[in-house]
Design a binder for this molecule. Sequence first.
Ligand code: ATP
Ligand code: MG
Length: 573
Amino acid sequence: MDPITDTSSTENVLPVKTDFIREIIDGDNASGRYSRRVHTRFPPEPNGYLHIGHAKSICLNFGIAKDYDGLCNLRFDDTNPCKEDVEYIDSIKTDVKWLGFDWGDREYYASDYFEKLYEFAETLIRKGKAYVCDLTADQIRQYRGTLTEPGKESPYRSRSVEENLDLFRRMRAGEYPDGSRVLRAKIDMSSGNLNLRDPVMYRILRASHPRTGTTWCIYPMYDWAHGQSDSIEKITHSICTLEFEDHRPLYDWFVKELGLHHPRQIEFARLNLTYTVLSKRKLLELVKGGYVKGWDDPRMPTLSGLRRRGYTPESIRDFAQMIGVTKSNSIVDLAALDYCLRQDLNKRAPRVMGVLRPLKVVIDNYPDGQTEELDCVNNPEKPEMGKRKVPFSRVIYIEQDDFREVPPPKFFRLSPGREVRLRYAYFIKCVSLVKDPQTGEVTEIHCTYDPATRGGDSPDGRKVKATLHWVSAAHAIPAEVRLYDNLFSQPDPENVPEGHDYKSTMNPKSLEILNPCPLEPSLVSTTAGDLFQFERLGYFCVDKDSTPARPVFNRTVTLQDSWAKIAKTQQKK
Ligand code: ATP
Ligand code: MG
């Protein structure tokens, strides 16, 4: 079965909303600032896998390009060779494509511009706007001053253009040791904006770069590379997160001094999610430290983790649209993402039956050895998804939770003497039970069925208060099912007492493995990524570890379980 066939469409189900960024673009289009051209970019640093926060930025940048008939580039901001890896580049491309976006042939790398950036740097030196500085990193920090104190000028600030050009060329030629000199912009050491206090543009670093190898031993700093890369690509609107607001004057200073095409930088609030950390550095730590089983661990907020868990690109795009973009930082409830996911899966995931914690039920009056094929609806929301046959026989499994020897108040499922409906099958009534003599645990229950209720309808209008899912024991496929909970046990994982870090708030019960879980036989051949609704239990996705001999399912998300809610409130009382 391939329930999720159509992932190519980027149509959002929610109406297009406007936002402050689109208003700015409308303004630019009205004034003709960029000749009504709209060209954005998504600029990941290839130093980790993309996460749901990046998805917000991807949807925004590619979404704007689409809405305005413009273009969006994919640009790798690969200026820090120590942390970058081809594995990350490949994963980023996979993830952006999976989300449903296409950068065409515009796959760019900041490293493609290293030569150009070098020339721009010489231009600034010639204009007397950049100088080689021999202060150490520590000294530079000391000289920079603070928010309340102006900085101090470097003693190397007054070097002549000729001397600067000579030193910079020799930096490039590899004549000086790592960290011994930097190139700095000559702006204003007393500026109220620390970013304008002669920021470093180049450092000496002998590190092999994934793309340029050992060609370079000087590397441009982010602020220097980023804006000029935007300008080279003729980007019109350079959208970034709020922490770059204070960098905008520097962004503008560089392009202005160089007389280049001047993109407009616009900042928006990054996505924060409850129960989640969204920082590549921390996610890398979780992976490297073995706290999770890799970047695509289904508990991770990475796009590869969400994909493996069963989140669809549509649900993530809907989520991005639902939360919108603003200028003020906030924390979005993880439930909002799950809401979008359920909305999407409800429409497309076929229903099937599987039992997570099996309890054996013997139907005493059902003929031994008989099997019936019962009609089950694949998706009540979508009749066109048709029906399937599910075998029924004398011994079935139901969920342990669906039986109580002594039913608590408001528990309407099976208990001794009570009748319930088996979904699409029959009414059954519990007549006796078998207990483990040692533990007293109920190991098996015996029921009778009413042949007149075939299909789950009672001919005499008799009512039952519960409908249970079930699987025929003789036909069951035993599967491993992995249930997930939040990776962190508090909504704000980074809010920890002194001396602790976010890892101390990790949820020790974020993964529960159930095995074997009997599933209906229609699930005999599935492919990793296939999604189903297990009736009453949630949405489940076939894991990449799945084999025909041992199917493995991840629970993507639960359904809203009304009984679980009642039970919880009863517990509290
Ligand atoms: P992190 O803080 O996770 O390390 P980053 O900002 O260093 O992320 P980049 O690879 O530089 O990661 O990000 C690429 C783009 O994605 C940038 O434009 C960045 O602003 C954006 N982005 C990163 N995190 C978020 C987020 N949480 N919400 C929205 N956009 C984000
Ligand atoms: Mg960054």
